[in-house]
Structures are given as structure tokens and as C-alpha cells.
Ligand binder design. Structure first.
Ligand code: PHE
Length: 499
């Protein structure tokens, strides 16, 4: 164990770990996903469940993942395995989720590269017809999921560029990541403050912001709303993916944990809220200009940041500059999340096959990531994205969250883990943490997942054809089967156990 800890790669400093963890958490989930989900659920109505879930589930799990990686000095598979050999499959599931998510995450970053180039044109290529530009020029979207269309060449090139950038950030493991995050973490914060100052000084912005923060208690009984809040919290904090377990594993055994977790959660939530002010300020302005109610300004959905927002920016003076700032922000906010997802995969590979050189592992994972992402650059890409995102996030991710809490809470012992956390952290956590890990999280996630299952069985998700739903189910059943096999087949002892 001591030998293992000595050999493990290390962050250069505690601050770099913090930058990397914030960089991972703060991403497209804040600037792109949070605003459109909030808009979809009626603005202020979404904020209350979001904040409750953050406190009751998000922060306890964040502490758990930091602690688990740090205590076990291994990525997800190794950490779970050390608690109980049969649970190594859980780490595999987490790594699988990372892989699927980064495959489309990189594509969204590719969109932002295309818009970045577009911002250099005057007039902006999307002004007047943003939806059309997004659908026809960027996505080359087909009529439906059954019509796969062809690869969008621009998008394939953009995707390749994104993967090359990711590769250079991860090819030396934590050493190169430590350098990259010094730029990629703070830059989006600064750029977003510039956009914030612009947005709140627009005519009509205040009406948009009022819509955003006005609470609406009538929706609180909707299960769908709570499930959306849960997947948003998991996605946004990067929990349930094993990524923060990997990041924690590069810390020395005796480093403080709790305060770091709170800082990451605060930075992440702060940035989402800030992004909300920017987006709703701009929506308020558009509502005024177009003279329509704010809920009708644009179609909510994944295109919010890529269709409505560029359009709004194109109405401003210095449109090109603000658009450029916005898309550079999206790119930089995304890249440190993307490479953390890659690191979630490479860490488990490296922990298992120690002889393979770090750059080679990075190259293979990035190469396969690029190839798998090609499906999202086809005409039907957005539909595939929608289906896969739905199934993976509502089931696999939540399942990892549940089982991980059961494993640590009941098998390892919540109290034992809490004692470790408190022994290294200046900020102490109380019994409430045990209760969250053992009861609150598994039960609430379990109930919501069951509700989602019933909904999906009753009505196929978004009305996609049956074969498409089958792909969605397949993508969760296959890795589940592998994880179960890993649990029940006799296996070679882990490299850690061999020492
Ligand atoms: N948290 C990132 C975001 O909000 C996404 C992410 C999830 C990154 C999981 C790493 C691991 O965009």
C-alpha cells in the first residue's frame, strides 16, 4: 500500500487539484444544459429542487467520491474493488458512462468551434435565421432518426480538432492536466463576467431575470422536475462518473477533503446561476424586441445556447466580438470537463494495465472517442444524442450513484469513511452525512428511477421509433451485463492485491 501510494502520479499542489476539480465540474452543463433545463421547467420553478438536491445529494456524494479515491489511491474500478471484489464492475459502469458522455460532449464543443469561426464573419452567418443555421449548416440535420443523412464534413473536422486538443491536455496524465487547467478553469469565469455585465444592461433584461428567479411552488409535486434536477446535479458536479474518484486518487492520503468539496460545489453552482442570469437577461431583451412573452421567445432545448443565444448576440453592437467571446467561453469551459471524462477512463485502464505507457493509453482512448463520436456528426446526430443522453443519464448514471452509496454506506461503513474524512479535514462533517449516504440518496434515487422506468415503458421516450428505443436500452443493458459478469466470474487478483 505504501509502495503503491509512492508510485502514484500526483498533482503538483493542492491548488492544482482544486482547479482541476472545479474545471471538471464547471462545463457545458453550466452554460448550456442548466439554462435550457431551467427554461424548460419554467425558470424559478426549477431552482428550488435544484438547490435542495444539491445540498441533500450533490454535496454528500461529492465528499464521498473525493474521499474514496483519496483513501483507496485508485480510480473507480480499483477503489470499488478494494471495498469488495464483486463491485469492480461498478467502476466499469462509471467509466463506460464517461466514455459515452465524452463522445457527445466533444461534438458539442465541435459546434462551438464552428460558431467561433462564424463569429469572424460580418455580418454573422446566422443573423436572422439562427435555427436554420444551426440545423442546416452546423448539424445538417435530417428529417428524423431513421434518416441518417451523411457526415457533416465541417463537424468531423471540428471534432478532430477538439480531440487533438483533448489529447494534448491528457497525454502526460495529471502533469499535463495540471498545466492546462491553470488557463482553462479561470478563463471562462472571466469571460462570463463580461457577458453578464453586457446582458444585465440590455433593455428588458430585468423582466427575463425576474422570470428566472421567481419561485413557483405549484410544480414541486412533479416527479419529472425532481428527476431533471437530480440528473442536472449529477452531471454538473461530475458525480457518478468516477472522474472525481480518479482525481481524488492523485491526492496524498492525508489531504483535507470537506472544504474542497464545498468550494467545488459553490463554484459550480455559482457559475450555473451566473450563466442563468446571462441567458435569461438576453431572453428578456429578445422578448421586449419581439414583443412576445418570455416563455415564447425561443424553443427550449439543446439548441438554446446554439440558436437563440447567437441570434440574441447578433442583435448587439459589436456582435462579432461578443459572439466570439461567448463561443470561446463555451470551448474553454468544456475542455477541462472533457479531458476529465477522458481521465475517468484512462485512469481505470492505467490502474489495470500498468505497463502500457500513459501517452499510448491517452491516444487509444482519444482515438476511439473520436470514432465513436462520428455518429453524432451525421444528419441524425442530434436525435442519437437525445436518446443516448436520456437513457445513460436517467439509468446508468443514477444506478452508479445508488450502488456507490450503498457500497460505501453499508458495506464499507459510512461512519468509518466519515471518520477518515474528519481525520484529514479541518472542516468536520456530522452524522447527517451517514444518513444521506445510507438512506436519503439510495431511496430517493431509487424511487425516482423507478418512476422514470414506468414513464418510459408507458410511452416511448419522445416518440422515437422502437428500434431507436432498443438502442437506448441496449446501451444500458450491455454494460450492466458486463458489470454483473465481472461480479460473478472468478477473476485474476487485482494488481494492487498482488503486491
Ligand atoms: N460537469 C461537467 C459539466 O457540467 C460534465 C462532466 C460530467 C464532466 C462528468 C466530467 C464528469 O459540463
Amino acid at each position: 500500500m505504501v509502495k503503491l501510494a509512492e508510485q502514484r502520479a500526483r498533482w503538483d499542489s493542492r491548488l492544482i487539484f482544486l482547479f482541476a476539480a472545479i474545471g471538471s465540474a464547471v462545463g457545458l452543463g453550466n452554460l448550456w444544459r442548466f439554462p435550457y433545463i431551467t427554461y424548460k421547467f419554467g425558470g424559478g420553478a426549477f431552482l428550488i429542487p435544484y438547490l435542495i438536491i444539491l445540498l441533500a445529494i450533490g454535496i454528500p456524494v461529492l465528499i464521498l467520491e473525493f474521499a474514496l479515491g483519496q483513501k483507496m489511491q485508485q480510480g473507480a474500478i480499483g477503489s470499488f474493488r478494494k471495498i469488495n471484489r464483486r463491485f469492480s464492475g461498478l467502476g466499469f459502469l462509471a467509466a463506460f458512462v464517461c466514455f459515452v458522455v465524452v463522445a457527445y460532449y466533444a461534438v458539442v464543443m465541435g459546434w462551438s468551434l464552428i460558431y467561433m469561426l462564424g463569429s469572424l464573419h460580418a455580418p454573422l452567418p446566422w443573423s436572422g435565421e439562427p435555427e436554420k443555421f444551426f440545423a442546416n449548416n452546423v448539424l445538417q440535420r435530417s428529417a428524423g432518426i431513421g434518416d441518417i443523412g451523411s457526415l457533416s464534413v465541417a463537424l468531423v473536422v471540428a471534432l478532430a480538432a477538439v480531440w487533438i486538443a483533448i489529447f494534448f491536455c491528457v497525454f502526460r496524465g495529471v502533469k499535463s492536466i495540471g498545466k492546462a487547467v491553470m488557463v482553462s478553469m479561470p478563463l471562462p469565469f472571466i469571460l462570463l463576467v463580461i457577458l453578464f455585465l453586457r446582458a444585465i444592461t440590455l433593455d428588458g433584461a430585468l423582466a427575463g431575470i425576474a422570470y428566472y428567479i421567481r419561485p413557483d411552488f405549484s410544480l414541486l409535486l412533479s416527479g419529472e422536475l425532481w428527476l431533471a434536477a437530480i440528473s442536472q446535479v449529477f452531471f454538473s458536479l461530475s458525480i457518478g462518473f468516477g472522474v472525481l474518484i480518479a482525481y481524488g486518487s492523485f491526492n496524498p492520503l492525508r489531504q483535507g477533503i470537506t472544504r474542497n468539496a464545498f468550494v467545488v460545489a459553490l463554484a459550480d453552482t455559482g457559475l450555473s446561476l451566473l450563466a442563468g442570469f446571462v441567458v435569461f437577461g438576453v431572453l428578456g431583451h429578445m422578448a421586449l424586441v419581439q414583443n412576445v412573452p418570455i416563455e415564447d421567445v425561443v424553443k427550449s432545448g439543446p439548441s438554446l445556447a446554439f440558436a437563440a443565444f447567437p441570434q440574441a448576440l447578433s442583435l448587439l453592437p459589436l456582435a462579432g466580438i461578443f459572439s466570439l467571446v461567448f463561443f470561446v467561453t463555451i470551448f474553454f469551459i468544456g475542455i477541462d470537463s472533457a479531458f476529465s471524462l477522458v481521465e475517468g477512463v484512462t485512469t481505470v485502464v492505467r490502474d489495470r494495465w500498468r505497463r502500457i505507457a500513459v501517452p499510448l493509453v491517452a491516444f487509444i482512448v482519444c482515438g476511439i472517442g473520436f470514432i465513436s463520436g462520428l455518429i453524432f456528426t451525421t444528419g441524425a446526430g442530434l436525435y442519437f444524442f437525445d436518446i443516448i443522453d436520456h437513457y445513460v443519464n436517467s439509468y446508468l448514471l443514477v444506478a452508479v450513484g445508488i450502488v456507490q452509496c450503498i457500497l460505501v454506506g453499508w458495506v464499507y461503513g459510512a461512519e468509518k469513511m466519515r471518520n477518515y474524512i474528519n481525520s484529514v479535514s479541518r472542516m468536520k462533517i456530522g452524522r447527517w452525512w451517514d444518513v444521506c449516504i445510507r438512506w436519503v440518496i439510495p431511496l430517493s434515487l431509487g424511487i425516482l428511477m423507478a418512476m422514470q422506468f414506468i414513464t418510459d415503458i408507458r410511452a416511448p421516450y419522445e416518440g422515437y421509433p422502437q428500434w431507436a428505443q432498443a438502442i437506448g436500452w441496449g446501451i444500458i443493458i450491455l454494460p450492466l451485463a458486463i458489470a454483473l459478469l465481472m461480479a460473478f466470474l472468478p477473476s485474476r487478483p487485482s494488481p494492487a492485491a498482488q503486491r
